[in-house]
Design a protein around this ligand. Structure first.
Ligand code: SF4
Length: 409
């Protein structure tokens, strides 16, 4: 496979800057789930809400010089379990953000919540604070499955949580997981039926995977066989399509008009500021694309003089892979012009890789869009491997399909 021929290595030229979003990380949970590899920490005692919000806002201020004159199209408060924070703390966070950077009037503002940590009054408080979308980490409606996942809520609490969220918000996402320990096809079907019965406009369905540095990694549970997992995925996709949900990203399904704007901005290789312990961000400039990372440990994050743990300019040779890693997750792919718009590189930079991907039946394109084929979606790792480090990696190069964290807690 030839390497990417970039006309002027080391330089990019962006004609316009991408949309800008804000990710806020709140790193505490009631209990650490055994499958979770997020930067989440079991809380002990009262949460340092005020201190943490003050730190988040100082963190945001430190990033402002890199985004002067730009507006936020969305805010996503993720974790951890952000719903452990009081509505008053979320209110002072969002007011503080608005006082520091312009926010589009129709900006999507999501807060992740877990059943068992929220009730109707709390949801009303979050709505009054300016949150307009809730992402609820339900995962399953089956008590033994929830217990196997180490979740703190029961199926009844999950149902009550969804009801309470829908009483205050039109825009609600429900997270569901499948291929759970000892789960059968009938159980997976029952879960998706119950999720659909809730009437939420957005559902994210994730296959449980065992990640390093988790309790499941040290003591792996017995998971369904590979073929059974694929059948569950198919059954879930069929059930969602039958109920009128559009499958628009590997794991995301929405009723018309309810696609998640914040996550779409990740997948379309937009910019985002990341504040909070361990948060990541990406900011473009006319001649470069940069990434930043915050200190991971909450205690250190709050105490350190500077919250930055890493700041880099993305190597121009990595940009095609980074773009594809996100954009090829989209079922409808992307407009061809978006590649040059977001990476500052000519489309010719990936011609050879795309020709190879087409030859392998992994992508298809017309004069307007490029999209993964069904085979491309199935073998996304192989497809992405074509773009690694200038396209020299081949099948089985160990590329892991993962964009910015979009799974809810
Ligand atoms: S899965 Fe969610 S609730 Fe569980 S530990 Fe991770 S972030 Fe916390």
């Amino acid at each position: 496979m030839p390497t990417i021929a970039v006309e002027r290595p080391g330089r990019v030229e962006l004609a316009t800057l991408p949309p800008l979003a804000l990710y806020v990380h709140i790193p505490w949970c009631v209990r650490k789930c055994p499958y979770c590899d997020f930067n989440s920490h079991e809380r002990s005692g009262a949460l340092p809400e005020q201190e943490y919000v003050a730190r988040l806002l100082a963190d945001l201020e430190s990033l402002l010089p890199s985004v002067w004159g730009r507006r936020l199209i969305s805010i996503f408060i993720g974790g951890g379990t952000p719903s452990l924070f009081s509505p008053a703390a979320i209110d002072s966070l969002l007011s503080g953000v608005r006082a520091r950077i312009p926010v589009e009037p129709i900006a999507e503002i999501t807060l992740e919540a877990n059943p068992g940590t929220v009730e109707a009054a709390r949801f009303r408080g979050f709505r009054d604070a300016g949150v307009n979308r809730i992402s609820l980490g339900v995962q399953s409606f089956d008590d033994p499955m929830l217990a196997a996942l180490g979740r703190i809520h029961s199926a009844a609490e999950a149902r009550r949580g969804v009801e309470a969220a829908l009483a205050s918000f039109d825009n609600v996402n429900l997270d569901l997981m499948y291929a759970l320990p000892t789960q059968t096809m009938d159980m997976a079907r029952a879960d998706i039926r119950q999720a659909l019965a809730c009437g939420v406009p957005h559902i994210s369905a994730y296959q449980l995977t065992i990640e390093p540095n988790t309790a499941f990694y040290s003591r792996p549970p017995t998971l369904p066989e590979h073929d059974a997992c694929a059948d569950m995925q198919l059954a879930i996709e069929e059930a969602l399509a039958g109920a009128g949900y559009e499958h628009y990203e590997t794991s995301a399904f929405a009723r018309p008009g309810h696609r998640c704007k914040h996550n779409l901005n990740y997948w379309e290789f937009g910019d985002y500021l990341g504040i909070g312990a361990g948060a990541h961000g990406k900011v473009s400039f006319p001649d470069r694309v940069t990434r930043h990372e915050r200190i991971k440990q909450p205690r250190d994050y709050m105490a350190a003089e500077s919250t930055v743990s890493k700041q880099t300019t993305v190597d121009v040779r990595e940009l095609p892979f980074e773009f594809m890693l996100n954009a090829l997750r989209l079922i409808d792919g992307f407009p061809l012009a978006l590649f040059a718009e977001r990476t500052g590189l000519p489309f010719a930079a990936v011609q050879a890789q795309l020709a190879e991907a087409e030859r392998q039946g992994l992508v298809q394109r017309d004069w307007q869009r490029l999209r993964p084929t069904e085979r491309g979606r199935l073998f996304l790792n192989d497809l992405l491997a074509l773009f690694v480090g200038g396209g020299s990696a081949g099948r089985g190069s160990g590329v892991r399909v993962a964009g910015p964290a979009t799974r809810t807690s």
